[in-house]
Design a protein around this ligand. Sequence first.
Ligand code: HPA
Length: 276
Amino acid sequence: MKDLRQRIEETVNYLRTGADVDSRPEIAIILGTGLSALGDKIEDKKAVAYGEIPNFPVSTVPGHKGELVFGKIAGRDVVVMEGRFHYYEGYSPQEITYPVRVMRALGAKFLIISNAAGGMNPYFNPGDLMIIEDHINLMGINPLIGPNDETLGPRFPDMCEPYDKALIAIAEQTALEQKIKVHKGVYVALTGPNLETRAEYRFLRTIGADAVGMSTVPEVIAGVHAGFRIFGISVITDKCLPDALKPVDFKEILETANRTEPVLTRLIYNMIPRIR
Ligand code: HPA
């Protein structure tokens, strides 16, 4: 089996020569739930289907949108993952984070990630946005387990500031100017796919989390390891208060995420020109 570095080089070579991608992206974006409309704002688009890219995880979901898109947003060169991989779908932690490695190897320095999350902070309402200030990894997995290649990143990466303070400041300033309400808080990741029990929400709130979801943390861990400066944001889709919990249908979660999408898209679109 080839090592990670060789596989990344193979993938980059394919994109550069086989797929003829000449873009030098500065900003990598993972369009999670709530941000897919940002994809419509990409200019000079060049899309490569995941299925075509050597060493990329193979999508098992029929009709799943899976493309790596190169182009410009607000004048900046970007590479955008349209469609992400979740651990609960059966991918390994290394597979989920492989595209992060590739986007870094293509030259991107900044990583923007969005997700849909349940709100445990009682001040949060469905449709609110939460800038991720920090996270708690309760997935019981880690994409860095295994041999470490020091040329890709350190064996013991520091985690005192996985979410870049300067990018958070840009987001807050942009939100103020755009009159968009934003919270800041801690995101906790579990594997899913079930939502949590009341006892779990009570526990997660007690240990310091404001929002809960099933993604983002593996990509952020690999992103920190690879040297990305990272910005993460959650769309709060449902209220997860243990003493006032109502059943939620995943359809409602998706509806709330879709309803909030234009606001989140506007925030990120207006942040991009200021990212330095
Ligand atoms: N848990 C609870 N509510 C949610 C989640 C989750 O993982 N994601 C979106 N809403």
